[in-house]
Design a protein around this ligand. Sequence first.
Ligand SMILES: [Zn+2]
Length: 338
Amino acid sequence: MRWIKALSAVLALAMAASSAIAEDFPPPAKVLFASEAAPTAGEPQSIGFYSKGCLAGAEALPIDGPTWQAMRLSRNRRFGHPDTIALIKKLSREAAQYDGWPGLLVGDISQPRGGPMLSGHASHQVGLDADIWLNPMPDRRLTLREREDISAQSVLKNDGTLFVDPEKFTPAHERLIMRAASYPEVQRIFVHPGIKKALCDDWKGERANLAKVRPYYGHHYHFHIRLFCRPGSPDCDPQNRVDMADDGCGANLAWWLSDEPWAPAKPEKPPEEPAKPPPKPTRPSYTIMSDLPAACTAVLDAPAPAELPQAALTPAIPLPPLAPWPEIGPVPTQRPRG
Ligand SMILES: [Zn+2]
């Protein structure tokens, strides 16, 4: 498949670059996990924490369903714990049936074996996180190419404030997010603080579930659903539960809407003494396999199923032709001494 070749070329470059920086260090775990094209065979298991772990026995979200379309297929991040895949399908179906939401555009879930990624997220490593775009699904099937190129739309006002634009963020958006929050297997939902503010102001339904909807940076193009660790995953590290008695519409939201979270980081005070040369690093600055739970090394080494289900196969995505190399003219063969 063509995209796999393209991906491996990128990975080879990334490998070469990182080994040039740190010859003695093991390769980045994200390069190893990103180069796995298929999940492991066997029972599903989330191992480790949302931002430091991996996933065995993943299931793929089919690229198309009656009420969803998966986006950015070239990233190969539509794998998750089977409960995550089932929840996305259920949300897509119920939102279409009850909420006036025509269907989901599904962004990143996890890689076939979870783990850290080359770009984008700190979490999404154990197959229990999923990004859902805030644009409704169009009433036609997007082409594979469009799924790479179409941008998610921000629901914020264009004026640099933190608030949503009511033209872009509608009651149907609110029903969709609150439906996701209503599912007992969902432990948190991340949204932009402006979205949380709109929900706090407007939501007339069951307000207890507002506690699960947590403001965070970003998340005005998509919202992020996080499931609890699932039964059958004894090595899944749970995150603390949210306090369901606090809907988060008070002090927490006020803080997010203040200047404090958005202030630029203060410049570091220059050291008083002349700086010593930094000590030679004893470990790389990136995550390596020994930073992850030991079981993740076994996940990386485990065989794929003898035959992958149809849903796990990603079709070749037609890419535009590569731009020609720029003409740089003749290069002089003699070099000045220096
Ligand atoms: Zn996310």
